[in-house]
Design a protein around this ligand. Structure first.
Ligand code: ATP
Ligand code: MG
Length: 356
């Protein structure tokens, strides 16, 4: 029996509701498979913990998480706690502390979801966006001089290292190679930014030599936004910098039809540390406690987690169950339905059990 230790951090708002749903589906998959088991420990960290203890997680938080194979994360953020406190207090220390340098966002139009693009349905849009998650524009390098004066100057320097760019590029090429179309688009802005972005282009060309079976092209980020809208079928795997991919992946989530279905993985491909999987949506306090949060993003990120843990069969089974249920019209209000979180979860668990 294979064993996987999962640290669950439900955190704030609808986080606990969707993580509870996700854990039920994972449990159903483990029982269905009979070949692996999940040992789940739930950590009560987040904004409520902050109000009591002055920190979002205890000082030895990372040391405790390190023992796990993966982290299943809900959402963090509360109306009465400043954004920078929640951002820097929990998610970012985990991403940085565990060097989760690949942020991976699969994007597909699920059955039962009405996407905003005309003539674009399930099958027309099947992407994975790989975001460099450790350096670049969000390296935090820069400063302000003459603060508040008319001559004030602020700098915001992007840091690109050969090691950092090479490792994300290799990850993206490997991922593209593992997908049926073996197609990669490398996104930069190397016409206007002459240093880091040109290095990205050069490293892409170097790394591509090790992946002769991958077809790849280069795209400027501005042109890429148009291509995503006008020719979604021409795209498969995408790699871009921290900032560019941040923007492109929000566009991708919108084109796929709903924030409530979009998942993400923060991955340490070398597996030195646990990777973290989460829905991309936030804590959504406007619907917290109503029992109507869409659990699909959390199911999907659970599938990403299973794949990372080597349980590819279970991951596929989970996505088949999700698609069966969404396609049947049993969906939450954000997708135009009337189902509750629990009804969708029960249906997905039943589909997992019932499948031959
Ligand atoms: P954050 O600052 O943490 O990103 P936010 O309020 O800016 O939070 P979200 O929490 O992602 O953004 O919510 C944006 C909108 O999408 C809200 O109206 C919310 O209700 C809706 N939403 C987000 N996630 C879901 C979900 N899983 N199911 C249904 N609706 C959702
Ligand atoms: Mg937000």
């Amino acid at each position: 029996m294979r064993k996987h230790a999962i640290a669950a951090i439900p955190a704030d708002g609808i986080g606990p509701e969707v993580i509870a749903a996700g854990l039920q589906a994972l449990e159903a998959l483990a029982r269905r498979s009979g070949e692996f088991e999940l040992k789940v420990e739930v950590f009560p960290w987040g904004s409520d913990y902050y109000k009591e203890h002055g920190v979002l997680m205890p000082e030895d938080g990372l040391a405790r998480l390190k023992a796990f194979d993966a982290i299943y994360f809900g959402a963090v953020g509360a109306p009465d706690v400043p954004d920078h406190v929640t951002l820097w207090g929990l998610r970012l220390p985990i991403c940085q502390g565990f060097d989760q340098y690949a942020n991976v966002r699969p994007t597909r139009i699920l059955p039962g979801v009405t996407p905003p693009l005309r003539d674009c349905g399930p099958g027309d849009l099947d992407w994975v966006i790989v975001r460099e998650n450790s350096e670049g524009e969000y390296a935090g390098h820069g400063g302000r001089a003459h603060r508040g004066l008319p001559e004030e100057v602020a700098t915001e320097t992007a840091i690109f290292t050969r090691v950092g760019v090479t490792r994300i590029m290799r990850y993206a090429f490997r991922l593209a190679q593992s997908r049926p179309r073996k197609l990669l688009t490398v996104v930069t802005k190397s016409n206007a930014q002459r240093f880091g972005m040109v290095m990205w282009d050069e490293i892409a060309a170097e790394v591509s030599k090790d992946f002769p079976d991958v077809t790849w092209d280069k795209m400027l980020v501005d042109a890429m936004t148009m291509r995503m809208v006008l020719k979604p079928q021409s795209i498969d795997t995408v790699v871009a910098t921290n900032l560019h991919a941040d923007i492109l992946s929000d566009l991708a989530a919108a084109l796929a039809g709903s924030l409530g279905v979009a998942p993400t993985g923060n991955i340490d491909p070398e597996r030195r540390f646990p990777s973290m999987f989460e829905p991309i949506h936030g804590s959504a306090f406007d619907i917290t406690g109503k029992g109507i949060a869409n659990p699909i993003a959390t199911f999907w990120s659970g599938a990403q987690m299973l794949e990372h843990l080597g349980e590819a069969e279970a991951a596929k089974r989970l996505m088949r169950a999700v698609e069966k249920v969404s396609g049947s019209g049993l969906v939450t209000p954000d997708l135009g339905g009337t189902a509750t979180t629990q009804q969708v979860t029960d249906a997905v668990c039943e589909a997992i059990r019932a499948e031959n």
